[in-house]
Write a protein that binds this ligand. Structure first.
Ligand SMILES: C[S@@+](CC[C@H](N)C(=O)[O-])C[C@H]1O[C@@H](n2cnc3c(N)ncnc32)[C@H](O)[C@@H]1O
Length: 219
């Protein structure tokens, strides 16, 4: 255990408004993320019949569009209007706009209504404070009986990030599960652990990324 944590020079100031932060972040480039579906989500969804899905922190919609193409009815929620506008453009381009609803929420303040067959939080992480103990239980509460909650987070900083390997923002799968705070009688944990993949860093060199995965099935 480390005695203290270093403030990383890239960290925004503590009083930064998250909606502005993310709109500015998205505004820095025409596209921030790859546009491809996240691999663990693709793996999990491949085994499920399409239903309703809540995509929390949907970003530019790589997952939402993929899911809708496979027949899911998607509610895509993000704090950034810039991201949601991009998502809507991609949905129209892919011909699945009728299966995607976008909704702007700061989910730390107001959580979207409804019950879903799948609630997916993919890299729902932020350099700003994002109280997972508050948001993840609400995500679990939005799962319909018989449905699933999938949480995938960066398990370690990318090798090229310059962040400390023990940066406290990278939680173990067990700590993520503890934050969700599920009633053990009402849920069965289907997956709890790490998934590894190779990605290319900004310098063009490959590096290994570690994802932490929690998949829980509501009885
Ligand atoms: C690291 S990105 C991941 C985006 C996408 N899920 C993906 O895997 O590419 C985190 C996303 O969460 C959104 N976000 C951050 N804080 C939020 C909040 N309080 N409420 C809703 N969305 C938020 C950001 O705008 C951003 O799109």
């Amino acid at each position: 255990m480390t005695g203290h944590h270093h403030q990383h020079h890239q960290d925004p100031p503590a009083d930064t408004d998250p909606a502005r932060f993310w709109d500015e972040r998205y505004g820095q480039a025409e596209r921030i993320w790859s546009g491809r579906v996240n691999p663990v989500l693709a793996e999990v969804a491949a085994d499920l019949p399409p239903g309703t899905v809540l995509d929390l922190g949907s970003g530019e919609g790589g997952d939402a569009v993929w899911l809708a193409t496979r027949g899911w009815h998607v509610t895509a929620v993000d704090i950034s209007t810039v991201a949601l506008e991009r998502l809507a453009v991609e949905a129209a381009r892919a011909g699945v706009a009728d299966r995607i609803t976008t909704a702007r929420h700061d989910v730390t303040r107001d959580f979207p209504a409804g019950r879903f067959d799948l609630v997916s939080a993919q890299f729902f992480q932020s350099p700003l404070v994002l109280p997972r103990e508050q948001v993840l239980p609400r995500a679990a509460g939005a799962v319909a009986p018989g449905g699933r909650l999938l949480v995938v987070e960066h398990g370690a900083p990318p090798p090229w990030s310059g962040l400390d390997a023990d940066d406290p923002r990278f939680a173990s799968p067990e700590r993520i599960l503890a934050a969700i705070d599920l009633d053990p009688d009402g849920w069965r944990i289907e997956r709890l652990g790490a998934a590894r993949r190779t990605a290319t860093g900004p310098d063009g060199h490959p590096g290994e990324l570690v994802d932490h995965v929690v998949l829980a099935h509501r009885r």
